[in-house]
Write a protein that binds this ligand. Structure first.
Ligand SMILES: C[S@@+](CC[C@H](N)C(=O)[O-])C[C@H]1O[C@@H](n2cnc3c(N)ncnc32)[C@H](O)[C@@H]1O
Length: 234
């Protein structure tokens, strides 16, 4: 085991045998990632929890008693942070909020989180979600990431398709003043989406939390202060 430039121990995984180079690199990255170690220590399901924690520490949109929708929630790091901050993870009922989460994958139960396994792009998903939410929402957040095909144009279209659908759903369901947070990638393909969000929200910005790997093009769009009126609670 050697030390890296910051003085931390660096684990190297042997290649060869049945292990492919990509698995070796993935394993090495996991083993040497301080957020992965910290997540285990703090009892979070994923290192992604720190991304939401950091974005909310700075912009303070998750508040006690709110209704939050988590799209692409598995394994559950963001839901854990949201449930803690809105109060739904607590046992008592006074003023506690609600977290509604979905994912393509199964997600083991989390206190204060109502989960359903479904494809957000399925035509029936918005209706099912509306029924789970049972009114308007205060925050719609999406960390959804489509599996990549390796074909750049196709991958960009898939990513932007997910974000656009999430934004359209947010505009249907958000209460006035609500927040939309979604993963985008630095592709330049989302100009139309940003223009639309700027019409519907008071503030729109890109954020890249420290927990988001610096070598990845991942970033988030954060839209605060929904100006519209939802149709869900009307
Ligand atoms: C980066 S992970 C989310 C991590 C999560 N925020 C956390 O904190 O643990 C992205 C998730 O998006 C989900 N996903 C991708 N496309 C989806 C879709 N069409 N519908 C629902 N979930 C989707 C994937 O299954 C995956 O679990």
């Amino acid at each position: 085991m050697a030390k890296d430039t910051t003085g931390r121990l660096h684990v190297t995984v042997k290649s060869g045998g049945k292990r492919k180079l990509s698995s070796k690199l993935w394993l090495e990255r996991q083993l040497n990632d301080p957020y992965v170690t910290q997540a285990k220590r703090d009892g979070f399901r994923s290192r992604a929890a720190y991304k939401l924690q950091e974005i909310d520490d700075k912009h303070r949109f998750l508040k006690r008693g709110q209704v939050v929708v988590d799209l692409g929630a598995a394994p559950g790091g963001w839901s854990q942070i949201a449930a803690k901050r809105v109060g739904s993870a607590e046992g008592k009922d006074n003023g506690r909020g609600k977290v509604v989460a979905i994912d393509l994958l199964e997600m083991p139960e989390l206190p204060g989180v109502t989960f359903a396994q479904m494809d957000f792009l399925d035509e029936h998903a918005p209706d099912k979600l509306r029924a789970m939410i049972g009114g308007g929402a205060d925050v719609v957040m999406s960390d959804m990431a489509a599996n990549t095909t390796g074909h750049r144009k196709t991958d960009q279209l898939r990513i932007i398709g997910l974000v656009e659908n999430a934004a359209a759903f947010a505009c249907e369901i958000l209460n006035p003043g609500g927040t939309f947070l979604a993963k985008v990638f630095q592709s330049g393909a989302e100009a139309d989406l940003l223009a639309q969000l700027k019409r519907d929200f008071a503030t729109v910005k890109h954020v890249k939390p420290a927990a988001s790997r610096q070598d990845s093009s991942e970033r988030y769009v954060l839209a605060l202060g929904f100006r519209g009126t939802n149709t869900a609670s009307a």
